[in-house]
Design a protein around this ligand. Structure first.
Ligand SMILES: Nc1ncnc2c1ncn2[C@@H]1O[C@H](COP(=O)(O)OP(=O)(O)OP(=O)(O)O)[C@@H](O)[C@H]1O
Ligand SMILES: [Mg+2]
Length: 368
């Protein structure tokens, strides 16, 4: 049987010329199914008026024919139904309306437990994805304990507002950034109640001029309470990344986090094991498993969730985070390679999920 991921690698050669992005990255492939003798999918065009729309189907057929000469192809073509996402718009565009225009993928970075490295992972993944050529935004929706301003060295920065009354995100290391911390004093936020937080988050995401983004990462506050649940229900998420450290107390909360996303039908794209091991700089080949070995990997296996990789405990990850220069801005760091690998795997998981997803599934997400 042909592997779905291999089919996507073939279809990545079909590039939409005006944006220079391939159709897998644009999330135009849906309902991808493979049987012994047939590859079938739906082409969901972001913009049916593009000149490329007329030839994209034959371009797909040509590419697939070359790779799989004997396979039957069944490709349908459609444009997104207008008005699907009336209740959640970013930049005036419903997220569901146009794959490839506006924000293509919204991904939550969550954990369950506090302090396991969500903000660190979200920050370094965002900067890595930007360095890999994707357009990336990062929104810090942790109103009580925002970390993104510190991790990007923007503690005193204030975003501007456009003449259309939209928030203009700040930009650093190629990432468009917005933090509740730029807008609300965390000390004053303590008195905010749950419903206020969630409506502020919704407004904060929709009233921001994000432009066209491949990925918008959300750095969630710790826990699986009402605030987190409402956020993941309100925002049309494509998936979630769960961060956990290997020890049992963290894993129990990671399990709750995965349960929360299951409950609202948001796919868990994978688990990242943070602080997985420590290698002393003078003995780089040695690994000490301070918090236990492979706990998050085992949890992922048990729950049948993808494992995205291990990130070691490294002093530079902490110091660079404190100094506002994410570790991945330094290509000579070993951690940069680690984050590169995790980011590549994450993109593959997102593309795979999008391709096999039912073309109408967004309706459920938006109207539940
Ligand atoms: N792999 C790592 N190596 C070294 N230090 C790390 C690593 N991951 C995170 N840290 C450090 O651990 C601390 C907590 O990380 P971070 O703020 O990212 O956690 P969090 O899960 O976002 O916390 P919260 O639940 O409060 O939002 C930070 O000081 C960060 O620099
Ligand atoms: Mg955090």
């Amino acid at each position: 049987m042909i592997d779905t991921q291999d089919i996507l690698s073939v279809l990545k050669h079909v590039v939409e010329p005006s944006s220079g992005r391939d159709i897998v990255r644009l999330s135009w492939i849906r309902n991808l199914k493979v049987s012994d003798d047939t590859i079938s999918f739906m082409l969901l065009l972001g913009d049916p008026t593009l000149p490329f729309a007329g030839v994209v189907k034959s371009e797909c057929e040509k590419a697939l024919r070359a790779a799989y000469p004997t396979v039957r192809l069944s490709i349908e073509q459609d444009s997104p139904m207008i008005g699907l996402g009336d209740d959640f718009k970013i930049d005036g565009k419903a997220v569901a309306d146009g794959p490839g225009s506006g924000v293509t993928n919204i991904i939550a970075v969550a954990s369950g437990k506090g302090g396991v490295g969500k903000s660190t992972v979200a920050t370094n993944l965002a900067v890595t994805l930007a360095a890999q050529g994707y357009s990336v935004g990062l929104a810090d929706v942790d109103i009580y304990g925002p970390s993104i301003p510190t991790m990007f060295g923007l503690e005193t920065a204030k975003p501007r507002v456009s003449p259309e009354r939209k928030i203009i995100p700040l930009e650093k290391y190629g990432v468009k950034l917005l933090s509740m911390g730029f807008l609300v004093d965390p000390e004053k936020a303590v008195i905010w109640r749950g419903p206020m937080v969630t409506s502020a988050v919704k407004q904060f995401l929709s009233d921001t001029q994000w432009g066209d983004l491949d990925f918008l990462l959300l750095d969630l506050p710790p826990g699986t309470g009402d605030i987190q649940l409402t956020i993941v229900q309100t925002v049309p998420l494509n998936g979630a990344v769960i961060v956990s450290t290997p020890q049992r107390v963290a894993l129990a909360d990671a399990r709750k986090g995965i349960g929360m996303f299951d409950q609202v039908n948001v796919p868990v794209l994978g688990v990242v094991e943070n602080m997985a091991y420590f290698s002393p700089p003078e003995l780089p080949e040695k690994r000490y498993y301070l918090f236990g070995k492979g706990g998050a990997r085992a949890l992922a296996e048990e729950l049948d969730v993808h494992f995205l990789g291990e990130i070691p405990l490294v002093e530079a990850i902490r110091t660079n985070g404190d100094e506002g220069t994410p570790v991945v801005t330094d290509p000579s760091q070993e951690s940069t390679k680690v984050f590169n690998k995790v980011a590549l795997d994450l993109v593959a998981q997102v593309e795979l999920r999008n391709a096999v997803r039912d073309a109408t599934q967004k309706i459920d997400i938006l109207h539940r």
